[in-house]
Design a protein around this ligand. Structure first.
Ligand code: HEC
Ligand code: HEC
Length: 286
């Protein structure tokens, strides 16, 4: 045995000894002394914690935790927290700080002084678009009586329709012409085959642009705030838009020939009569 190993064995057995020794000591007795120079970690008994001097916050909430389960296609929810001032003096709620940018909190007044016995609501709107599963969001209420935390629990059940739609959207983001290919074509191409005018519009355009659960990113064609013309429609049919709007011309993988595009652009220009400059709304009033 090298001298190092000897020392190690010695130190280790000392450890065991002192541990065994310590176990026999009455509670509260000081731990057994250690041989000098040995680095052995001894668990000190925890210092008794002195509870901070508090009094119950006089702002009493009907509930400090709100829970919801979302409905299909729901992406925001408004929570309401009712509070009552049970103190004999005024209490002022200075502000409410949500934990994340997804939550917008609203006080009846900002700051909000509550007289004795007064009660009222704080609302919080949480945006959980694109999220799934169980979420917990909090916000801190700062008042003249200190801080309190309100909790919002959101359960978003798995929605197969939303999941399919998200997957399709992701595919279209990667290649917007993919709506004309494979399985996508059964809905986005087949129904418009051999059709013109209104029927072609219903099959090929309204499917995205005028539909019950229309995606936010798809604009209403009736509300386009631009000077339109046959050329305008032709441009979009031939080139597509800036993101998911596909190009319908067959030279780019679309279902329509240049002649069909020309006729259809003429139809669209009558269906959505051109606006002139004077008809355009200022953007802020849209
Ligand atoms: C069973 C028919 C069907 C099939 C198949 C289909 N779609 Fe759609 N698509 C629709 C309908 C209907 C809408 C309108 C929105 C809605 O109701 O979900 C739509 C809307 C869209 C939108 C607009 C954004 C939106 O969510 O509203 C995109 C982009 C899209 N589809 C891409 C695709 C792609 C890519 C495929 C193939 C992977 C595909 N679609 C397959 C029926 C279909
Ligand atoms: C797969 C879904 C989808 C289909 C099908 C579709 N669009 Fe679009 N369209 C969009 C989206 C998304 C946008 C907005 C983003 C962009 O420009 O790419 C858009 C934008 C547009 C715009 C531009 C609007 C503006 O504000 O300037 C026009 C015009 C348009 N589409 C016309 C059509 C016409 C006409 C058809 C039918 C031939 C059609 N779209 C079919 C999804 C679609």
């Amino acid at each position: 045995m090298t001298s190092f190993m000897k020392r190690f064995v010695f130190a280790t057995s000392l450890c065991f000894l002192s541990a065994a020794f310590a176990a026999q000591l009455p509670p509260g007795a000081p731990p057994a002394p250690l041989p000098p120079g040995e680095l052995v970690k001894i668990e000190h008994p925890a210092h008794p914690t002195v509870p901070p001097v508090t009094h119950p916050n006089p702002l009493v909430w009907r509930t400090m935790v709100e829970e919801i389960t979302t409905k299909p296609l729901q992406s925001t929810n408004q929570f309401t927290f009712w509070v009552t001032n049970t103190a004999k003096t005024n209490v002022v709620i200075d502000h409410v700080q949500p934990q994340c940018g997804c939550t917008v909190a609203k006080l009846p007044k900002d700051p909000w002084p509550l007289t004795p016995g007064e009660s009222g609501p704080i609302t919080a709107t949480v945006n959980f678009a694109g999220k799934s599963g169980a979420l917990t969001k909090t916000m801190t209420v700062y008042s003249s009586e200190g801080q309190q935390t309100l909790t919002m629990k959101i359960t978003i059940p798995f929605d197969p329709t939303a999941a399919t739609r998200e997957a399709r959207m992701a595919q279209a983001s990667a290649d917007r012409q993919s709506v004309f290919k494979g399985d996508c074509a059964s809905c986005h191409v087949e129904k418009g085959k051999g059709k013109t005018g209104e029927q072609l519009f219903a099959a090929d355009c309204a499917i995205c642009h005028d539909t019950e659960h229309q995606a936010e990113m798809v604009p209403k064609l009736t509300a386009i705030n631009k000077v339109t013309s046959k050329e305008y429609w032709k441009y979009f049919l031939e080139n597509g838009g800036t993101t998911l709007m596909p190009a319908f011309i067959n030279t780019k993988g679309g279902p329509l020939t240049p002649e069909e595009i020309d006729k259809f652009a003429e139809f669209l220009n009558t269906k959505f009569p051109p606006k002139d400059q004077a008809q355009l709304k200022p953007i802020s009033q849209k």
